[in-house]
Design a protein. Structure first.
Lengths: 512, 362
């Protein structure tokens, strides 16, 4: 928690309404996001109970599992969900664009747009991850056959759940996280996980404060939880009876239809308020202008979507239960790079985020008082253009002489600190030597060197490309990490299925 | 000045103390610095009813679906005299699966002294062959009172050592379980380990006969097949011991509690609220998941930075009140000497925030 964000929270308490902590939107928002509000059966291992799904507020489709402990009904739910999700995903596979690779010597293709899934909270992401896990190894043949769409849905849901771990990805987004990225409420992080309370702070109804709206949202009899967990009182007083009524009508189709309708009505009542809140959240986020680097990150999501679609087209298997040592190291490295780059990009896009770095001394803002744009350094083998500028700032400068700084206004340019002169009036004079971002000649094109009078933000944060690390191939896994994995033919039959990952999973893995 | 038990009975107001169980004892370790909670729990006050009486009811409902599933799984694991359970535990501990083990059901009749005696006799009595003890009645000293614990627990004696076996119905999927649930299970198991050790020690046995490793039995993946895992609860044991010691020193805590303090449920709500506010609480958002009085304390702390969470309070330089934070940030108040550093940080933050919101460039 940065002090700046904490201060925004304190202001929210005093003002009675959430305070902005971003001036731009830091995530891509699809024109047609697929909103998914799942409910799970209490006590069971991620057993679906119901879901409301759709890509527009008026398109919400209700799916119900009348007996969540029944394995066939669970897979019927999976097939129903697949019948909504898979066509939605396919609708993004129409148009591709060429992307140059290998310094323009080759091209690859990616879809011009990609699907986006929205769920209410991080627990919703976990639900989809586990639902993907429970369906991606199923088979359409053999002992417990399922509809062919079920394993495909499982693979896609796993793909989205893995993207959700990738910092800066917008492929699968928890609404509470998207909102807290942009607003600070007057309640704690734990309470912010409750979507109705969070929106109560951000957008309280007329005539009430955020605190009042949030307090009302905590009463499950007024405002049902945003799932996947249900309200225990609802379970005990209403759902149990409706399920029992449904179970008791096995021989009577008319009564069964009536009991089903009642169950569906109850569950819709629990889901509908969250559905409304999801679209209100979408509206609030849409009202913010997107940050400059949001589209670039969405390109990464489009790449990932294209890549996985091609993997499936080529008959690729399901994601393993667990990554092998090398795959896990590669994934961790990728996530770390994404996290670092995401933090820098948000700061570059948003002065309010950059302010957090200014407070910690990683950035400062000052005025250019001197500029020598024509300076050439000819001490080396050949002369190079090295303009110098002097920036005067009132902010504390926590960087040493010799440090390399960057400015969001000219991200390709490096500025090396040459002199640091603290003045008596609390101001600091910083002399910087510039390189890069000025063309190849010995004269800087206009605008590439900051001019006298320009207000400039300088920071140690760099958005430059981070080279990927080198990792051994899986078959060269070092002994420190378990050595090369056993190949399928020589692998002993592990007692607990297939811990090394890969393969088909256990077809007899029964659900109930 | 009356003696402590009398004083605690007075606070409770004539009713018998509320019974503790492993869950409530485990919850005691959640916020050890809270005097209000220590006093109420030591006195055995019925906190759920107290919270309801003062208009801040707790929300700790449990779905009957979850209860049904939990019971069904437990029954399944314990079926056939624990044959399957014995195999699971032995394999997880890496000892040869014994050909058979005695199964002693210590549950049943509600006659407490009798059950306690049966448990004591069975657990400390002769033999060190493989044995499983279901539902032993254990006891623990909490705030000078003997508290009975009726765990859904099996104590397994294998190779002469006892292991506490906890059966939980949350799934372990691909070797991973919900971390919050594992933490809760670990601290509950630690309560049983402690109680079992005290029982053995009281009979002159070595308390270390009870292992600090607890066997957790959960359904594997999405099926009902049980899988056993080992939990090391040494850390939880330390935390628990410390908090129980603290409650043993309840006299020290009571010395700071006003003489007229009451949590008598028959008293007027306004009286109760006024009385509670004389005993300091240490509210943190984590209390919401652990303490029945949390909603009341949260309401009381609504203008305090702690209500926003510990990291927020720290980021605000440890300043206690929201109003004070803003006054310092906006330069409306001169800081006390010990606040100077925090105040400078807050003023800088306020200036930078205003600067950025005014649209100045990054």
């Amino acid at each position: 928690m940065s002090t700046l964000r904490a201060l925004a929270k304190a202001r929210a308490v005093a003002a009675g309404v959430a305070q902005p902590v971003a001036t731009v939107r830091h995530l891509h928002l699809s024109d047609r996001p697929l909103v998914l509000v799942p409910l799970a059966m209490a006590g069971e291992a991620n057993a679906p109970l119901a879901a409301l799904v759709g890509a527009a507020p008026e398109e919400g489709r209700l799916l119900v599992v009348p007996q969540p402990r029944n394995r066939d009904q669970r897979f019927a739910f999976a097939a129903e969900l697949a019948a909504i999700v898979l066509p939605h995903l396919d609708s993004f596979r129409g148009v591709s664009e060429a992307v140059p690779v290998d310094r323009g010597r080759d091209v690859r293709y990616r879809y011009v747009d990609a699907p986006q899934l929205l769920v209410p909270n991080p627990a919703g992401v976990t639900f989809l991850r586990l639902f993907g896990r429970s369906t991606r190894f199923r088979r359409p043949d053999g002992e417990y056959p399922v509809h062919p769409s079920v394993p495909l849905l499982g693979r896609w849901l796993t793909f989205f759940a893995e993207r959700a771990e990738h910092p800066g990805s917008a492929a699968l987004v928890a609404m509470t996280e998207a909102l807290t990225l942009h607003w600070a409420t007057g309640q704690s992080a734990v309470e912010d996980l409750h979507l109705p309370a969070l929106l109560g702070w951000i957008d309280p109804p007329a005539g009430s404060t955020g605190a009042e709206a949030a307090a009302r949202a905590e009463d499950p009899s007024i405002c049902p939880p945003a799932g996947p967990a249900t309200d225990p009182d609802f379970d005990n007083r209403r759902l149990a009876a409706a399920m029992a009524a449904y179970a008791g009508t096995e021989d009577d189709p008319v009564a069964r239809a009536g009991a089903y309708a009642e169950l569906a009505r109850l569950l819709r009542d629990q889901l509908a308020p969250t559905w409304e809140l999801m679209w209100r959240g979408v509206g609030l986020l849409r009202a913010l202008p997107p940050g400059a680097r949001v589209a670039g990150r969405w390109d990464g999501d489009r790449d990932a979507f294209t890549g996985y679609a091609e993997h499936l087209d080529a008959g690729g298997g399901p994601q393993p239960r667990r990554d092998g040592a090398v795959a896990a190291a590669v994934r961790l490295h990728r996530l770390e790079r994404a996290l670092a780059s995401y933090a820098v990009q948000r700061a570059y896009d948003d002065p309010l985020v950059m302010a957090e770095h200014r407070l910690t001394g990683e950035a400062f803002v000052g005025d250019v008082t001197l500029a020598d744009p024509k300076r050439v350094d000819d001490s080396g083998k050949r002369p190079v253009l090295r303009p110098r500028i002097q920036v005067v700032t009132t902010e504390p400068v926590a960087v040493p002489v010799g440090a390399t700084l960057y400015s969001p206004a000219r991200p390709a340019q490096k500025a090396k600190v040459v002199f640091l002169t603290p003045g008596a009036d609390g101001k600091t004079e910083v002399v910087l030597e510039l390189s890069g971002g000025m063309g190849r000649g010995l004269t800087a094109p206009p605008g590439t060197v900051p001019e006298v009078g320009e207000r400039l933000c300088l920071t140690t944060l760099s958005d430059a490309y981070l080279p990927a690390g080198n990792f051994p191939a899986a078959e060269e896994t070092p002994w420190t990490h378990g050595g090369p994995p056993a190949t399928a033919s020589e692998a002993p039959a592990a007692p607990d299925g297939d811990p090394a990952g890969g393969g088909a999973g256990d077809p007899a893995e029964e659900w109930s | 000045m009356t003696d402590t038990p009398q004083r605690l009975a007075g606070i409770r107001g004539g009713v018998p103390p509320r019974r503790h169980n492993a869950r409530t004892i485990a919850a005691l370790t959640g916020n050890p610095g809270c005097t209000r909670r220590a006093v109420l729990d030591s006195a055995g006050v019925d906190k759920p009813r107290l919270a309801e009486r003062i208009g801040f009811p707790a929300r700790f409902g449990q779905s009957r679906f979850a209860i049904t599933r939990g019971n069904a799984f437990e029954a399944q694991v314990k079926a056939d005299g624990g044959v399957e359970l014995l195999r699971l535990v032995a394999e997880r501990l890496g000892v040869p699966v014994p050909a058979g083990a005695s199964w002693t059901d210590l549950g049943g009749a509600d006659d407490l002294p009798d059950r306690q005696e049966r448990s004591r006799a069975a657990l400390t009595g002769g033999g060190d062959g493989p044995a499983l003890f279901d539902h032993p009645l254990l006891a623990l000293e909490v705030a000078g009172r003997r508290v009975h614990l009726e765990p859904d627990l099996v104590a397994a004696r294998l190779g002469g050592r006892f292991h506490v076996v906890e059966i939980k119905s949350f799934p372990v999927i691909d070797g991973q379980a919900d971390p919050a649930k594992v933490v809760a299970a670990a601290i509950q198991s630690a309560v049983y380990v402690l109680a079992l050790r005290e029982l053995l020690a009281a009979e002159g046995h070595d308390p270390d006969l009870v292992s600090h490793e607890v066997v957790l039995v959960c359904p594997r993946d999405f099926a009902n097949q049980p899988v056993a895992s080992l939990l090391d609860v040494r850390k939880q044991l330390l935390v628990l011991r410390r908090q129980l010691d603290r409650m043993d020193r309840i006299d020290d805590l009571l010395a700071d509690v006003p003489a007229g303090f009451t949590a008598d449920l028959t008293a007027d709500p306004a009286t109760l609220t006024a009385a509670l506010s004389t005993v300091p609480a240490r509210y943190a958002p984590e209390c919401l998941a652990a303490c029945e009085l949390a909603y009341f304390c949260r309401h009381e702390a609504r203008d305090h930075t702690t209500a926003l969470g510990r990291p927020v309070r720290e980021a605000l330089g440890g300043i206690a009140e929201v109003g004070e934070v803003l006054a310092l940030a906006d330069g409306l108040r001169a800081p006390d000497p010990e606040q100077a550093e925090a105040a400078a940080l807050l003023r800088a933050a306020a200036r930078l925030r205003a600067d950025a919101l005014a649209g100045n460039p990054a």
